[in-house]
Write a protein that binds this ligand. Structure first.
Ligand code: SF4
Length: 446
């Protein structure tokens, strides 16, 4: 159970020495109770207090990493129910299922799709993160062979190995233990044997039960067997039940610090209907799943899931921004158009995407507006005639362009006269209001 501020205070040195940056031990204790500071900030805390407080101040959803190398993924560490309270920490892992009954070509094709699923969106690399290999054949040799083949073809991709047979698990996990996979498939019937495999090879254990109550009993039992890192599955497969159980688990972990449910949750979204699968996966992303398993990869689905995940896992208090500078799109000459916009990531990527679509080489001046979009930045006084003129003058672009013409977004047409006044010798042209009109606008000038 979480300790209150007063209970934490009783365990601190009570010297009010201020070394932690707080005026009193009580103030520090209150912050610690709200998980806003780390116990490490107090250098004088006793070993006994460290043991008690370390456990009480651990994140309510256990931090867990699976995979090895730069594609390893972090899960857990969540501390809030809603992203606006603080932020969600570790983005939901998207995994695609490979059954060991599939043909070699199918398996190879799916692995290729995973490897090539990476895309760049507003400056972040997004991808299908992992492969979920299921022992659908119930044949230990076949399972091991497929696990080895996938690991050889995509050595960096994290793996989840799914089997309820401890012998199959032992052989497959042993083959790829260095890749720190998840072994999924422990339940009430095989908990001892599966825990033994997970413990021997130091891998995360995926635990499933029918319902939240049975699940918490099982995780306690498995923890007593010596396995600390788990991923949990409450067994629900309908949208309504997934939403209900995921919420119950998150609430129990966050609000009550109920350790038996303080683990990352895995959700199975596989459906024959791709649209339904995308909706199920989106539900998992939005509502507390740390892993969502898909049946297949489709580009449209990737794009929608990546976007949902990215939106939910960005910090709502920090606008996404790109660097202030003049970006070249294509290979602009001295006569190519020069446009200006703000440094809100979405604005930059939408505008630059439309300019690329036009195939007209351009320069795009991206001005620091603290991550605000054009109209918001203008309203907030961060995209004004003076600031635009100053940015253009200081950028040195004047020496690179022949025509001193600056194209401004249509939404701030009102600034055109003032910019011309502050930028002597420059002509200001008002561009379209919406980015999707840019290709027509640019081609008409070419
Ligand atoms: Fe108290 Fe420790 Fe902070 Fe000093 S550093 S004020 S002892 S909590």
């Amino acid at each position: 159970m979480a300790l209150s501020g007063v209970e934490i205070f009783k365990l601190l040195p009570k010297t009010n020495c201020k070394k932690c940056g707080h005026p009193t031990c009580l103030a520090f204790a209150m912050k610690l109770a709200q998980r806003q500071v780390s116990l490490d900030a107090c250098p004088d805390v006793s070993e006994e207090a460290k043991r008690v407080l370390g456990e009480a101040s651990a994140p309510p959803v256990r931090p867990t990493v699976f995979g090895a190398g730069d594609k390893a993924v972090k899960m857990g560490e969540e501390t809030v129910m809603f992203r606006h309270e603080k932020k969600f920490v570790n983005p939901c892992v998207l995994a695609v299922e490979i059954k060991d009954t599939m043909s070699e070509e199918e398996i190879s094709g799916l692995v290729d799709e995973v490897v090539h699923s990476e895309m760049d969106r507003v400056g972040q690399k997004l991808r299908i993160d992992a492969v979920f290999i299921s022992n659908a054949s119930h044949d230990a040799g076949k399972f091991e062979a497929v696990v080895k083949a996938v690991a050889a073809k995509a050595p960096a991709v994290p793996l989840i190995l799914s089997t309820s047979n401890a012998s199959s698990a032992e052989a497959a996990v042993k083959a790829v233990a260095d890749k720190k996979p998840i072994l999924y498939g422990a339940d009430e019937s095989n908990a001892d044997a599966m825990a033994n495999v997970a413990k021997t090879h130091k891998v995360i254990l995926g635990v499933s039960a029918k319902g939240v109550e049975a699940l918490s009993t099982l995780t306690e039992k498995i923890k007593a067997l010596g396995v600390e890192d788990m991923v949990i599955d409450h067994g629900a497969r309908t949208a309504k039940e997934i939403l209900k159980n995921n919420t119950l688990i998150r609430r129990a972990a966050i609000k009550k610090n109920f350790k038996p449910l303080g683990f990352p949750v895995i959700t199975f979204a596989q459906r024959d209907d791709s649209m339904l699968e995308a909706l199920m996966a989106t539900l998992g992303i939005a509502k507390y799943s740390s892993i969502v398993v898909l049946s297949k990869i489709e580009k449209w689905k990737n794009l929608s899931l990546f976007t949902s995940r990215q939106n939910i896992y960005t910090d709502p208090q920090v606008p996404m921004q790109v660097e202030q500078k003049i970006y070249k799109i294509g290979e602009p000459s001295a006569e190519s158009p020069l446009m200006i916009t703000t440094n809100f990531s979405l604005t930059y990527f939408i505008v630059s995407g439309e300019v690329e679509n036009s195939r007209v080489p351009c320069r795009l001046a991206v001005m620091d507006s603290e991550g605000l979009s054009v109209l918001t930045a203008w309203a907030a006084g961060k995209f004004t005639a003076s600031k635009i003129a100053q940015f253009i003058q200081e950028s040195g672009i004047e020496n690179e362009v022949k025509n001193k013409e600056l194209i401004i977004p249509g939404y701030v047409a009102i600034l055109s006269g003032a910019i011309e006044e502050k930028l002597p010798g420059w002509k200001v042209t008002v561009g379209p209001r919406e980015a999707n009109a840019l290709p027509t606008f640019l081609k008409s000038r070419a």
